[in-house]
Design a protein around this ligand. Structure first.
Ligand code: NAD
Ligand code: LMR
Length: 339
């Protein structure tokens, strides 16, 4: 469940453990944008995951070096690098999970939406290839703006006739990690044993941490909760500013991406009670896509969980985020329909 931080280190114990009757099944994971700031450490972490039998690394620049490097690690996953668009089909073929951290990151002063013009086209072309070469794969969308790139992916898959709403995920795990870390710092709880659901979307005020549901519970003041909420919403910007022009979160994002992909793989393998927050097609609110807790299973989304009881402050935050989130979703849909 979301409370347990999965071990990413391989162990003989994990390899032998069986889910049901068989040993750990074969699983192919593809990383698109594997040579980037996120892609490289994410590829490393996926190479360390004993649930992965084949690791396919794709980027338009720099793939051979990353693939050769990661491939020397003596873990289960067999690594192959794919370095050009002509090889994208081979990179995707047979994938169970496709993770997409391809695209440009923010610089100081930019919003995630400022990345739309470049990243929308990248995501669209990668998703067109996914529809063709691995239409049944689970897709983990990291490329920003997630609030728009997930709707773009859905439209591309719909057009291709392959859309399965249970298999498309916007990765919001980093928001959850931040909420947990910042809350634990303030409440004095153990970070790895702290849980905070984060709902809504993945940009600014659309990121809505539900500290009223945090565990372990605490009696933090309203001011503290407001400050924690703001810091979680501005977490990405905090890193962008600290990196001062050299990009956005890569290491914490790689970890977050590895946690989420691991949860998807466990779900596929039939491990029960795998729950993570993610931005998915949803009827939790009137918006067509929304991040909330999701139960993962053999077909991807098994159940989109409701929001649970909200504080007055969270209810207000929920209403306030809807116009921006709706606009970002509609912008993605419009782009995909017109291009
Ligand atoms: P980066 O520039 O370091 O790496 C991006 C990589 O994508 C590069 O290696 C580039 O060659 C590759 N790429 C570009 N076009 C491609 C294509 N058509 N096919 C395959 N690969 C392609 O950027 P980064 O720091 O790794 O960030 C990547 C994206 O992830 C950005 O859009 C960023 O905003 C986003 N991001 C999302 C989250 C989140 O929480 N969801 C967190 C951090 C970053
Ligand atoms: C993040 O939350 O760190 C990412 O979305 C990158 C960014 O632009 O903030």
């Amino acid at each position: 469940s979301s409370s347990a931080t999965p071990s990413l280190a391989p162990s003989a114990h994990t390899l032998r453990r069986s889910y049901g009757s068989e040993s750990t099944p074969e699983r192919k994971v593809a990383v698109l944008g594997a040579a980037g700031g996120i892609g490289q450490p994410l590829s490393l972490l996926m190479k360390l995951n004993p649930l992965v039998s084949r690791l396919s690394l794709y980027d338009i620049a720099g793939t051979p070096g990353v693939a050769a490097d990661v491939s020397h690690i003596n873990t289960r996953a067999e690594v192959t690098g794919y370095a050009s668009e002509e090889q994208l089909g081979l990179a995707l073929e047979g994938s169970d999970v496709v993770i997409i951290p391809a695209g440009v990151p923010r610089k100081p002063g930019m919003t995630r939406d400022d990345l739309f013009n470049i990243n929308a086209g990248i995501v669209k072309s990668l998703c067109t290839a996914i529809a063709k070469f691995c239409p049944h794969a689970i897709v983990n969308m990291i490329s920003n703006p997630v609030n728009s790139t997930v709707p773009i992916a859905a439209e591309v898959f719909k057009k291709a006739g392959t859309y399965d709403e249970k298999k498309l995920f916007g990765v919001t795990t980093l928001d959850v990690l931040r909420a947990k870390t910042f809350y634990a710092g303030k409440a004095g709880s153990i970070p790895a044993a702290t849980n905070v659901p984060v709902v809504g979307g993945h940009a600014g005020i659309t990121i809505l941490p539900l500290f009223s549901q945090a565990t372990p519970a605490s009696n933090l003041s309203t001011e503290d909760i407001k400050a924690l909420t703001k810091r979680t919403q501005d977490g990405g910007t905090e890193v962008v500013e600290a990196k001062a022009g050299k990009g956005s979160a890569t290491l914490s994002m790689a970890y977050a991406g590895a946690i989420f992909a691991d949860a998807c793989l466990k779900g596929l393998n039939g491990v029960p009670d795998i729950v993570e927050c993610s931005f998915v097609q949803s009827s939790v609110t009137e918006l067509p896509f929304f991040a909330s807790k999701v139960r993962l299973g053999k077909n991807g989304v098994e159940e989109v969980l409701g929001l649970g009881p909200l504080s007055g402050y969270e209810k207000e935050g929920l209403e306030n985020l809807k116009p921006e989130l709706r606009a970002s979703i509609e912008k993605g849909i419009k782009f995909a329909r017109e291009n």
